[in-house]
Design a protein around this ligand. Sequence first.
Ligand SMILES: NC(=O)c1ccc[n+]([C@@H]2O[C@H](COP(=O)([O-])OP(=O)(O)OC[C@H]3O[C@@H](n4cnc5c(N)ncnc54)[C@H](OP(=O)(O)O)[C@@H]3O)[C@@H](O)[C@H]2O)c1
Length: 365
Amino acid sequence: MKIKRILKWTALALLVALFLWFQIAYWTSTNDCARITAAQGDTMKAIVYCDYGGPDVLKLADVAKPVPNDNQALVKVRAASVNPLDWHYMRGEPYVMRLGAGLRKPEDIRLGVDFAGVVEAVGKNVTEFKPGDEVFGGRAGAFAQYICATEKALVLKPDNMTLEQAASVQIAGLTALQGLRDKGKLQPGQKVLINGASGGVGTYAVQIARTLGVHVTGVCSTRNVEMVRSIGANHVIDYTKEDFTKGTERYDVILDLVGNHGLLAVRRALTPEGKYVMIGGQKGRWLAPMDTVLRAFLLSPFVSQQMGFMISKHSKEDLTHLRDLMQAGKLTPVIDRAYPLRDLPEAIRYLETGRARGKVVIAME
Ligand SMILES: NC(=O)c1ccc[n+]([C@@H]2O[C@H](COP(=O)([O-])OP(=O)(O)OC[C@H]3O[C@@H](n4cnc5c(N)ncnc54)[C@H](OP(=O)(O)O)[C@@H]3O)[C@@H](O)[C@H]2O)c1
């Protein structure tokens, strides 16, 4: 009896402590906005956001121009690309991501990852690149005139691609490659379905899947059917006319960039040993899309099919592989439209409609 009471009061005390800690952490969480945007001396233009919110929180500001350390190259950014990740950080949604990004305000007030540009200077340990080289890659803070990056984060741009095309590769290209090859483990001759084939990741996935020697079915709306076919899909399903989960075809891998079908429905469209690779999900402030991820995780051990979520990671080797595919003419980034840096809020507003056809890029003036 006594032990039970002690446990009850201990649990209650822990809950109260957790609640108080959260309140204190929330109300004291802050960022360096005032200092960063009042930079003196050598400055550059960059996008900053001091608070979470819609695209109007994004401001063009003068911030300190970065100086490369011994292991970094200074790159003059000529183009960057916009990803859903950027608006997740901008809004701080789903809220769970604020545990890492800042509870009340963003800890890092700079935004953007994908970029391409020209090397302006290199640190003394940098041997792979020299001033004047055109490079692309990914690093936090890409919506800016300059960025410093290590050799690991950079790859030489193929000469048959524009800087805007190269700037669109990092997140979408790596996600498509790792989702199909590593998580989907696609083998030549297999069948893959790509749900969301006309978007940023989807347009890479369709082309990369073809290089893996598989039969590709893309799912998109009527206006994108021809485009998805033109980049290599063997078959295209117009989701406004047909629901792929209700058809008779079975797929070895479903790469899902939309997450608009229930897990049971998706299972019906998989072969008995098929793999469901969740990449994207429905928008939500609280749990979504984590609730579907959790359900897939719980369901997977009890069914013959594999169901799981994948988060892409940076890999210089994979980025180099994508560069080689582009150089060989087997992969061509699909660019929807370009905006100048000062119009980044418009670019994000457009991406948030969920109607982008390929990648949305930022072209530096
Ligand atoms: N896990 C990771 O590591 C990772 C990495 C990158 C991206 N993601 C996630 O993956 C998702 C896709 O990213 P993205 O960059 O490709 O986004 P995106 O470019 O904004 O995707 C837009 C495309 O989605 C298509 N779409 C919208 N509703 C659809 C539906 N019901 N059925 C089929 N297609 C539909 C649209 O085609 P229509 O106009 O024809 O409808 C449009 O072309 C996002 O949720 C993103 O957060 C995850």
